[in-house]
Design a protein around this ligand. Structure first.
Ligand code: ZN
Length: 515
């Protein structure tokens, strides 16, 4: 490649008839190219490119000259089956990447290396966070105690924020009779992501792929006046969806996951302010975790959709107006809406500059009709509610997987499963170390003590590997003075301080959710 680049060969585009191309590559014995040529109709032309002595079938486009390929690297080789089928021969695929400048290439390679180091599956193993087993099933995640604590904290924070924002918590079962999914249309529209039915008392049941039908049944269990609206039902609801085994990926693409789901029932007049409320809550949540984000307004699909033009215009205008009132920059994803309504998709940007789709806010023009979801208006008549679906974390599995990669497993203090590890310098300090841990725990600090019969250096190294934010090293002198020697992950030795000062410091960090 370097020789070809140095020769600065021009790429020359050309054309051949199918039969010319056939006889050219037949002579060279290129059976794979002949396979593709056999699919081209007679009389049709094929595109070619030539550089130096090399002629290839190609639609293009290409650079003008090989000399423009300034900075490239061949990254790896991997086997690939011809035409993607394992019944065919295995070919070798060479992977490479190229940039306009060496600086951009270096930058890119550094990011790739960092992403590899932070891969949540790798960090998950190193920190004993989660596992997935063939015996349990692909795409089904087991949360280990450390990550269980992280989830507990995230759920607690989520509940607090939602309670403050006027949401009410509900719980719905993991399975439901097929009757429910007939009404909702899930059996009609989403059968390919739903698992096979199980039989209970002559009735077929399904694992739920979404939480909406259950929430609607709660709403519909009695009549509602316009005065009660908006109603905001929230649930950390676990759903099950079929994903092909080839796309499963650690915690980020799974078959069972918990959505931080919510459905808002409101009047048309309330729609815009409800969307604003969701945007504000989302903004607070994402900023707390240190994410920038980008909004996309997904509008009506070209062919397959339900609802009238007026309904689509009304719902789309409400979403657009909310984005504009908040001054949130957004791109329009023309035709990217669901068949039943427009939506706002939000992509967050992680520490490595990668984008992930997590939060989504959707209006629904479908389910209120299917279930007959009404409120009684000031006129005493029944009116169809406006329904919003929204999730902010998206799914806890995915959000936490992304957060592991965003932080590299160095969770901020308020999230860290173990916030402080007390390390006695020798056996004489054990009593004081134990008393210190009790004092920390009494102050709601997640703390533990390392009384293993190991050298101090080894204990400090192990705590570093577990990415514990604080180490408190205590010796006999600390016991007398009531102090702790504080080491902060990433900052190093902060020196000795009274235990009370440390408690103040960590309490402030937790309260302010310092990143
Ligand atoms: Zn929903």
């Amino acid at each position: 490649m370097r020789e070809v680049v140095a020769a600065d060969q021009p790429f020359e585009a050309g054309e051949m008839t199918r039969d010319e191309a056939r006889s050219h590559w037949e002579k060279l014995g290129e059976k794979y190219k002949l396979h593709f040529l056999s699919q081209i109709p007679e009389g049709a032309k094929v595109g070619t490119y030539r550089n130096g002595p090399f002629l290839d079938l190609c639609r293009g486009p290409h650079l003008a000259r090989t000399g423009e390929l300034n900075a490239f690297k061949l990254t790896h080789v991997a086997g690939a089956y011809w035409l993607g089928s394992e019944r065919n021969e295995m070919l070798q695929r060479i992977y490479g990447t190229a940039f306009a400048t060496q600086g951009e290439l270096d930058e890119h390679l550094k990011r790739v290396e960092e992403a590899l180091k932070r891969d949540h599956r790798r960090v998950g193993r190193e920190l004993d966070l989660f596992s997935i087993h063939e015996e349990v099933g692909p795409g089904l995640v087991l949360w280990h105690p450390r990550l269980g604590m992280v989830r507990h904290v995230l759920e607690g924070y989520w509940k607090e924020e939602h309670y403050k924002a006027g949401y009410q918590f509900v719980y719905t079962p993991h399975i439901a009779s097929e009757k429910l999914f007939q009404i909702s249309g899930h059996l009609e529209n989403y059968a390919d992501i739903m698992y096979s039915p199980m039989q209970i008392d002559e009735q077929a049941y399904r694992a739920k792929p979404m939480n909406c039908p259950g929430h609607i049944m709660i709403y519909n269990s009695r009549k509602h006046s316009y005065r009660e609206l908006p109603l905001r039902y929230a649930e950390l609801g676990t759903v099950y969806r079929y994903e092909r085994s080839g796309v499963l990926h650690g915690m980020e693409r799974v078959r069972g996951f918990t959505q931080d789901d919510s459905h808002i029932f409101c009047t048309p007049d309330q729609l815009q302010s409800e969307v604003l409320g969701v945007l504000d809550l989302m903004d607070r949540l994402l900023k707390t975790f240190g994410y920038d984000y980008k909004c996309f307004l997904a509008t009506r699909p070209k062919d397959k959709y339900i609802g009238s033009d007026e309904e689509w215009e009304f719902a789309t205008a409400a979403l657009r107006a909310a984005l504009e009132v908040r001054g949130l920059p957004y791109e329009v994803d023309e035709g990217g809406g669901a068949f039943y309504a427009p939506k706002i998709d939000v992509k967050l940007r992680d520490a490595l500059g990668r984008e992930w789709q997590c939060p989504t806010i959707q209006v629904d023009l479908n389910l209120p009709k299917r279930f007959g979801v009404y409120y009684t208006g000031p006129d005493g008549q029944d009116h169809e509610v406006i329904m919003l679906h929204r999730a902010l974390y998206g799914s806890l599995e995915r959000f936490v997987g992304i957060f592991i990669e965003h932080t590299g497993g160095e969770f901020p203090v308020w999230v860290a499963p173990l916030q402080a590890l007390v390390i006695p310098v020798n056996a004489k300090a054990y009593d004081y170390a134990n008393a210190t841990v009790r004092a920390l725990q009494d102050a709601d600090v997640r703390a533990d003590v390392d009384v293993r019969d190991e050298k101090l250096g080894a204990k400090i190294r192990d705590a570093e590997l577990l990415k514990i934010p604080y180490m408190l090293v205590v010796g006999p002198r600390d016991a007398e003075a009531g102090t702790v020697s504080v080491r902060r992950k990433g900052e190093g030795d902060l020196g000795a301080m009274p235990l009370a000062s440390f408690l103040e410091r960590i309490a402030r960090e937790v309260r302010d959710k310092v990143r």
